[in-house]
Design a protein. Structure first.
Length: 268
């Protein structure tokens, strides 16, 4: 696999095609393999690049020490894009990776042409109001419980607890083996994730985003993601939105053809 030195760390990535870069940013418990269903279709229209964030596979991180944070990942990706020397990229982020993409677009808009946020992680702050029935403390408590199970050696128990909580249904036991293999390889990144500061969206941040933006959600995804997309759509000027029928949070895996068509239509 190719790597690119950024900020003293070799970021591993996969790529397909040529032309304008489309940079794909994965979410929690994942790595560049998460985007396998997108690589060929996006690579036929440009240069699809899926990157593994710092501390994720192929690094076998034990969850101890620094380096796994939104701030670090934003810094790394800004340096990664600059090192590509290919001009502004189209940026696609899912879940926690969507929050990374959002922060990167705010920090370095000169490196981003268009932005796709697929159910980005995070919750609104007081300037946007609360999402009814969703407590930031409860969300963090569920993540902490999953991390504690993983730290105690119950890898699959912790992964099932986390994935099922995000999906709103007992989905881990039905998950394909390739995803389980990837999640197990990245399980201890959840130990770093619980040490992060809260991923919060503010009204000022949303209003400051001036890039063409597409918001993508799954029809069956539970709160808080649909409600958060409502807030983002209302406060990001000109934001477009698409819902993937019959899909939950991992909509790009459950319905790749529809997800790819929505992304390609927006980026064209």
């Amino acid at each position: 696999m190719p790597t690119l030195p950024t900020n003293g760390y070799d970021l591993a990535y996969a790529e397909a095609g040529s032309g304008r870069p489309v940079l794909l940013i994965h979410g929690s418990l994942c790595d560049y393999r998460y985007w396998a269903p997108q690589m060929q279709p996006l690579g036929e229209r440009g240069r699809a690049i899926a990157v593994s964030l710092r501390r994720c596979w192929p690094e076998a991180w034990d969850g101890q020490g620094e380096g796994y944070s939104i701030e670090q990942h934003v810094d790394d990706l800004a340096a990664f894009i600059e090192a590509l020397d290919a001009g502004p990229v189209d940026l696609v982020g899912h879940s926690r990776g969507g929050h990374v993409a959002f922060r990167l677009a705010l920090r370095a808009p000169q490196w981003v042409r268009k932005l796709v946020l697929a159910e980005p992680g995070g919750l609104p702050d007081a300037s946007l109001g609360e999402i009814g029935g969703v407590s930031p403390e409860d969300v963090m408590a569920r993540t902490r419980e999953a991390a504690q199970r993983i730290a105690a050696g119950d890898i699959d128990g912790g992964l099932a607890y986390f994935i099922d909580s995000v999906s709103g249904t007992p989905i881990w036991k039905y998950t394909v083996q390739s995803f389980k293999t990837m999640a197990r390889a990245n399980a201890k990144t959840l130990l770093g994730q619980v040490r992060e500061t809260r991923m919060a969206f503010t009204r000022a941040d949303l209003e400051a985003l001036k890039l063409p933006t597409l918001l993508v959600g799954g029809e069956l995804t539970p709160p808080p993601f649909p409600q958060l997309l409502d807030l983002l759509q209302a406060n990001i000027a000109g934001a477009r939105r698409v819902t993937i029928p019959g899909a939950r949070h991992a909509m790009n895996l459950a319905a790749p053809a529809r997800f790819n068509a929505a992304v390609l239509g927006f980026l064209s």
